[in-house]
Design a protein around this ligand. Structure first.
Ligand code: BTN
Length: 328
């Protein structure tokens, strides 16, 4: 459920510089009592923001924060993509950007959030979404074709994002079927496609993406698998970490390029690249086939994006959306 009130965004804006601010100054700037400031600071911690407190100096964020801004994100996108959108918004806080776009009727829209109280992952899992630590965003798009044909879309989105991250200079980016972004054997991000539509179309699709940027161990409490972040990948390769708005714009661009191309050509133009990013290829894997574990050698994907598994003498096909793949 959405939270009843918005986070104290003005307070976050003041603290975003990462410097010390006394309780008195904050109270003055916000026009509230020091007790009210203290309550709001406690609220920031419940949103996953890490605060330092020091007697005599006041409060500061554990590190400076570049807040997302819709205009700055739009400027980081190619004009040809910007014009495709009916709306681009940044919400300080929501339950889930996928939920927001599933419930509005815009044909083409992008929604970013700084915090999600009920971020959705695949297969009913939740997506841990601490304030300002990562990127959480969704795109709504209308397709004329039915969901069966859309089964490759989540793989195609993975390809678009993987290409973009590789172009930033991050080597060793991989994809784990069906749509996990990986860096050096750890999860860097995930994609959740949801759709609504009526027989005969059009089908409204919401493609949601979470990419870990600078999440700390503390903020990641509740993440139930090995994870990594863009910050870790950049540090390991001595790359400068891109700004959050810049990266948000590039992610949005990459996502819209995929949605546009997929509308016209389906999954075919993405298959070759997917195979190149596939981290499971030729490895022994286990697939959760509706509660029954199947073991075999991962043998790439077919033309629709279904996983191909060599089990003994038989090659079996697993359809996107029903299966979790675990590397052994
Ligand atoms: C996965 O389980 O790997 C998919 C995770 C998808 C998370 C993103 S964050 C933005 C968007 N809104 C959501 O509620 N989920 C997706």
């Amino acid at each position: 459920m959405p939270r009843k009130h918005q986070p104290p965004i003005e307070l976050i804006r003041h603290l975003a510089d990462g410097r010390w601010h006394s309780g008195e100054t904050l109270a003055g700037v916000l026009g509230v009592s020091r007790t009210a400031v203290w309550k709001r600071l406690r609220e920031l911690e419940t949103l996953g923001l890490e605060l330092h407190k020091l007697t005599g100096r006041g409060y500061r964020l554990a590190r400076p924060l570049e807040l997302l801004d819709a205009e700055t994100i739009a400027r980081a996108m190619a004009p040809a993509r910007r014009v495709l959108l009916d709306k681009l918004e940044v919400l300080p806080l929501t339950d889930s950007t996928n939920r927001v776009l599933m419930e509005n009727q815009l044909e083409r829209a992008l929604c970013f959030a700084e915090y999600q109280s009920a971020g959705r992952g695949r297969r009913g899992r939740s997506w841990v979404s601490p304030f300002g630590a990562n990127l959480y965003f969704s795109a709504a798009w209308s397709f004329s074709s039915a969901p069966a044909v859309l089964s490759g879309l989540s793989l195609a989105v993975g390809v678009g994002l993987a290409r973009m991250l590789r172009e930033l200079g991050i080597a060793e980016i991989g994809l784990k079927w069906p749509n996990d972004l990986y860096w050096r054997k750890k999860k860097l991000g995930g994609i959740l496609i949801e759709h609504a539509g009526e027989a005969g179309g059009p089908w409204r699709v919401v493609a949601g993406v979470g990419i870990n940027l600078e999440m700390t161990e503390k903020q990641a409490e509740g993440v139930d698998q090995p994870w990594t972040s863009v910050a870790e990948a950049c540090a390991a390769q001595r790359l400068e970490m891109p700004g959050r708005n810049q990266l948000a714009g590039q992610c949005a661009d990459a996502l819209l390029v995929v949605l546009e191309r997929f509308s016209a050509e389906g999954f075919a133009p993405f298959r070759k690249d997917w195979n190149e990013f596939d981290i499971a290829r030729d490895r022994l894997v286990r697939v959760d086939d509706g509660g029954r574990w199947q073991e075999g050698k991962a043998s790439g994907i077919d033309t629709d994006g279904a996983l191909l598994l060599q089990i003994g003498n038989e090659k079996r096909r697993f359809v996107s959306g029903e299966i979790t793949l675990r590397l052994q």
